[in-house]
Design a protein around this ligand. Sequence first.
Ligand code: A3P
Length: 331
Amino acid sequence: MEKKQDLECSSAEVVDNSSNDKFQELLQTLEQVIWDGVPLVKYAGCWLQVNHLRPVLSSQKHFKAKDTDIILSTMPKSGTTWLKALTFSIANRNVFPIDQSPLLTSNPHMLVSFLELNVYWKQDNPNLENIPSPRIFSTHMHFKLLPDSIRESNCKIIYICRNPLDQFVSLIHFLSQKNFGKDPDPIAIDEAFDMYRQGIHAFGPFWDHILGYWNAYLENPRKVLFLKYEDLKEDITSQVKKIAEFMGFPFSQEEEEQGLIDQISGLCSFETLSNLAVNNTGNMEGRVKPNLFFRKGQVGDWTNYLTPAMTERIKKLMDSKFEGSGLRFKT
Ligand code: A3P
């Protein structure tokens, strides 16, 4: 692996990413590795798939957050799909009755777009002004890579993370099924594990991703809501209430008495979403099958895949990386 320059992060990045030459020049300065057959580059200390770098830079340059925006931030395989479904349903509960929810006919990823994987993937500077408020966008970017306007406006950030052991196992399954399960040479679990421990995976290192949002939450809990997948599994009702309050759309007593929280939780549950026809047919923008986002939806599945030695190594790594942060995961 050739060691190259690791840039300091600045979302006031001076790179003109509309200029291919400058972009290529930037690429030349970055450390690169191959991960599951895909080139990753290390930008500002964060590992990104090389084809995600340009949209990340475009979003940093052009995205203008509004105070009413809600940004969902996650690492892949941490509960993004679930959080999209829940926040969309909470924000739109007065627009669509539950039995007419767009979630019944659209995958959650088609209702809430990723900044870097959808919005700025297609265009360098799309017009997002006419999207009705509250605009909900999602991202896998590290906190420090977010466009400045997200940090500087009064928009809200909801972060969900997951026990890294389960996140890794979910990621491995996702990778083995991408390319419609026809990848002739999917990455072996041992190889992926070694890279994961070094923080080398898309949007890694996982500890920096999690700690970036954890520290931002500690600094300003009115700006950042920090959620854990395991807590949603344990008590979805209280978490849905918390999310709605944070978004600025608390449930009224009447809504609670009508059972609206349960209805939204039920609609967004793994059982409901994973059984919908829309999440079992076709493919999403020619890239992946929608059912790839619904595997088991359980806590603790890592025990079925990781050896005791692997588990011990990740636990030790977590202990050292999260030590003193006040952040703990139930394992
Ligand atoms: P598993 O692979 O462990 O089953 P993401 O949405 O960030 O890509 O994360 C995908 C993981 O969340 C998968 O985990 C998937 O099964 C799980 N998941 C998706 N929708 C869910 C839901 N509504 N409730 C709980 N888990 C869900």
